[in-house]
Design a protein around this ligand. Structure first.
Ligand SMILES: O=C(O)c1ccccc1N[C@@H]1O[C@H](COP(=O)(O)O)[C@@H](O)[C@H]1O
Length: 210
């Protein structure tokens, strides 16, 4: 059986990080983008990471941040992976001696393929919805037919995923991983234990269909 990995993004509280890890999330995301309602300070993220068990990947998310800011996070928070969610160049993304995920907003097939080729050194490519003026965390889905099937093993599907649509999403795309934020929240930045648990169950049931 192929197992779809799960990243839960926008963790702002120790309790949510611990819950997500307990129910089997593979990765947790921390949003270092001040305009996001899910923004966490370096101090807060460091405290959450100290409480997360080993073998859970900790991901720092940035949107067109300065090099200095990314370095500050790397020095002070025990993160394993970087996620660039803005217009960062491949050169910028590779500056930090850590593996990275590049997020692409799904405008059209050509722009997705172009970004995939430009970021061929990325560990994974996260495909999120395109909503003008909003870099991510939109809660909106997009046309999954835009996802290039030949890159399946590198694809992290995001954008408006929730307990009701995740089985369909996995069956349609068969991504390496899925990334969810708003779909497991009770309010922005506050995760809901029951929704996380239910989401993990739905992913496991979709995997059984393979
Ligand atoms: O979560 C945010 O606030 C955010 C802000 C800026 C860039 C990215 C952000 N989150 C990422 O967007 C995806 C999709 O979110 P959702 O599931 O549609 O709510 C999320 O997985 C994060 O990686």
């Amino acid at each position: 059986m192929i197992r779809t990995r799960v990243k839960i993004c926008g963790i702002t509280r120790v309790v949510d990080g611990v819950t997500a890890a307990e129910v089997g999330a593979d990765a947790l995301g921390f949003v270092f983008f001040e305009k996001s309602p899910r923004y966490v300070s370096i101090e807060c993220a460091a405290e959450i990471c100290r409480n997360i068990p080993p073998f859970v990947t900790k991901v720092g998310l940035f949107v067109d941040a300065s090099e200095e800011m990314v370095r500050d996070v790397i020095e002070n928070v025990n993160i394993d992976l970087l996620q660039f969610h803005g217009d960062e160049s491949p050169e910028f993304c590779q500056k930090f001696n850590l593996p990275y995920i590049k997020a692409i907003r799904a405008k059209c097939k050509e722009s997705i393929l172009e970004a995939m080729q430009a970021h061929s050194n990325a560990l994974g490519m996260l495909i999120d919805s395109y909503v003008p003026g909003v870099p991510g965390g939109t809660g909106s889905t997009f046309d999954w037919q835009l996802v290039p099937s030949e890159y399946r093993s590198k694809i992290i599907l995001a954008g408006g995923l929730n307990c009701a649509n995740i089985v369909d999403a996995i069956k349609t795309i068969r991504p390496y991983a899925v990334d969810i934020s708003g779909g497991v929240e009770s309010s922005k930045g506050i995760k809901d234990r029951e929704k996380i648990y239910q989401f993990m169950k739905e992913v496991a049931s979709a995997d059984k269909i393979y």
